[in-house]
Design a protein around this ligand. Structure first.
Ligand code: NDP
Length: 481
């Protein structure tokens, strides 16, 4: 029989997504891969799956019922363009091409526009959860047209992760909205991971506890308000012993963090939009700093503070609780900044994005899945247009509860020379938002001094310039910013 859905690209993500689709009642899945060995391998390994395999784009198109719907899962970038070009040749108006790869949202906007001109629908779709998620249920963030969503929605709902009875998929918005939201998801993931890593480092260096002991701390935290997939796997990683050396695995892993670029995209986009995602930026930069061994080796002898005492007993316990609170507060900031970027992106690109719905589809399947996302959903349910997420009552209460500990941990990290860039920058952001007056006034004065960039006043309308190189009187100026 004909297939109701197809997958192009059968590497780990595509083959797992195809198996997930085939495992759902009523689906027959057309599969195609550029090199035929992957297709043959998938058929061989999963004879039970309801697959219709093809070895050319023509046969692939012919194996699909109309409207044809195909999900592309190939290497992001040029390969995706290549596959789209091939599919456009063999598909017809009304058919749907879905890109489930990690595309940059501006590429998706470009592709959607080009494909739409042929009458074919194009959907850029963020997929999170890695290979396991693809197989058992990812969090899915589709963009594209309402028409495409009408066909695609029910299929995606059937394969998505389920959180509290709801499938982790929503029509995020038009064209690039899905990939934009997936990008920010990854940025938040960077921040969350960095915060957890800083918490571990602080506890280890301030209390001298072993990785296995700290694993117990994280396991305990995972039973409270920090409950999340990332905290859970942190405990697993810290508990792992290296078979070769008998040491904690974390002590034999090279301390240089890799990155595939989605964190950098989130930060670059935020810079363009003028959104301060300082937590995500610090997390991305912390990975960069770690990955310059030549710079680190020549810097090892830089002066640092003289030795600080190692905490033990009740002092250590109290310190660990303060780190927990600081982590929670910084996490609230990181998520608030991420949602701010989505809000700004939606305004810039004319997407109507339901921020509460986004937080709900992240509750399952994806890397940042957490209890905490329910609190975000509640905040946006109460006030959809909330300008700053962390000002929602629940978060104000949590930040109030955490702030003393947070400040203490940030000072201690500075005093003891333990880097905590994400903790520190989150606190600085928080205090920046809170400030009655910011030294931005001085910046404006400087800008006016050297560049006649003008300033506005707190007490009257208009734009002003001081004649700095003249008699220093103030004149009303043309608004040039
Ligand atoms: P890869 O990113 O490693 O891509 C390999 C696939 O791309 C193969 O099927 C390969 O075909 C195909 N391909 C490469 N170039 C071309 C081309 N010019 N024409 C046709 N096909 C081509 O696979 P993954 O499964 O790891 O990821 C797939 C997509 O999913 C990527 O965009 C990735 O960013 C995204 N993603 C990955 C996640 C993960 O955890 N890995 C999570 C979420 C998204 P061939 O066999 O012929 O070489």
């Amino acid at each position: 029989g004909r297939a109701n859905i197809g997958v192009v690209g059968l590497a780990v993500m595509g083959s797992n997504l195809a198996r997930n689709l085939a495992s759902r009642e009523g689906n027959t899945v057309a599969i195609f891969n550029r090199s035929k060995d992957k297709t043959e391998h998938v058929l061989e390994q999963h004879p039970e799956a309801n697959f219709v395999a093809s070895f050319s784009y023509e046969d692939f198109a012919a194996s699909l019922s109309k409207p044809r719907t195909a999900i592309i899962m190939v290497k992001a970038g040029r390969p995706t363009d290549f596959v789209i070009d091939e599919l456009v040749k063999v598909f017809e108006p009304g058919d749907i091409i879905v890109d489930g790869g990690n595309a940059l949202f501006t590429d998706t906007i470009r592709r959607e526009k080009a494909v739409r001109e042929t009458g074919i629908n194009f959907v850029g779709m963020g997929v999170s959860g890695g290979e396991e998620g693809a197989l058992r249920g990812p969090s899915i963030m589709p963009g594209g047209s309402d028409e495409a969503w009408a066909t695609l929605g029910p299929i995606l709902k059937s394969i998505a992760a389920v959180a509290e009875g709801e499938p982790c998929v929503t029509h995020v918005g038009h064209d690039g909205a899905g990939h934009f939201v997936k990008m920010v998801h990854n940025g938040i993931e960077y921040a969350d991971m960095q915060l957890i890593a800083e918490a571990y480092d602080l506890i280890r260096r301030a209390t001298g506890k072993s990785p296995a002991e700290i694993a117990d701390v994280f396991a305990e935290w995972n039973r409270g308000e920090l409950e999340s997939y990332l905290i859970e796997i942190t405990a697993e990683v810290l508990r792992q012993t290296d078979a070769d050396t008998g040491k904690p695995l974390v002590d034999v892993i090279l301390d240089q963090a890799g990155a595939k670029g989605t964190g950098a995209w989130t930060v670059q986009t935020a810079l363009d939009l003028g959104v301060p995602v300082s937590g995500i930026a610090e997390a991305t930069f912390a990975r960069s700093l770690s990955s310059h061994p030549e710079q680190r080796s020549v810097s090892r002898e830089l002066p640092g503070p003289s030795g600080t005492e190692v905490l033990s007993g009740e002092d250590a316990d109290a310190f660990i609780e303060q780190v927990r609170l600081a982590l929670y507060a910084s996490k609230i900031v990181a998520y608030s900044q991420g949602f701010d970027e989505i809000r700004a992106g939606a305004a810039q690109y004319d997407w109507s994005i339901d921020l509460g719905a986004v937080s709900k589809i992240w509750r399952g399947g994806c890397i940042i899945r957490a209890q905490f996302l329910n609190r975000i959903a509640e905040a946006y349910d109460a006030e959809a247009e909330l300008p700053v997420l962390l000002t929602a009552p629940y978060f104000v209460e949590a930040l109030g509860r955490a702030q003393d500990a947070w400040r203490h941990i940030v000072s201690l990290s500075a005093a003891s020379g333990i880097p905590a860039p994400a903790f520190s920058s989150s606190l600085a952001y928080y205090d920046g938002l809170r400030a009655e007056r910011l030294p931005a006034a001085l910046i404006q004065g400087q800008r006016d001094f050297f560049g006649a960039h003008t300033y506005r006043r707190i007490d009257k309308e208009g734009t002003f310039h001081t004649l700095w190189s003249g008699d220093r009187t103030e004149i009303e100026a043309e608004d040039t910013h």
